[in-house]
Design a protein around this ligand. Sequence first.
Ligand code: FEO
Length: 165
Amino acid sequence: MLSAKIQEVLNGQIEVEASSSQFYLAMASWAEANGLNGVANFLYAHSDEERQHMLKLVKFINERGGKAVVPQLAKPPEDFESIQTIFQSLYDHEVKVTAEINSVVDLCLQEKDYTTHNFMQWYVAEQIEEEALAADLLDKLKLIGGDNGGLYLFDRDLETMQTSE
Ligand code: FEO
């Protein structure tokens, strides 16, 4: 059985993952509308993954005798300045998500909820991959700078790139 405190932070994490999914969906749509189909594919897949991260939490809370709450979400941006700003935002966002996950893990230890602590380790591992991938893509974009040929190849590479999970 989940304590009220743990249930509250896990429901908070549902909102974080759902908002991430919406944010990346908005980025994907912008990229698609701007002719960057590889980037769009990558971001659509990333958005789907975040939805899976959210679902995993919903099911865990309910399985543990708690009550998962499907949250209302803020509207994500409609427009983005550039592909560079998209990947900078994505990286910054993942760093924030990692901090949120760490605080959930921290509370699990304080509350001696080792079952939820164990469950959250999947998210801890996932964040390592997500941050590394986002940092790598951001580095590539920094190298490319304003070179359209480089951007074309970057977009083409992302067409087939796997997101983390
Ligand atoms: Fe579910 Fe990208 O964190």
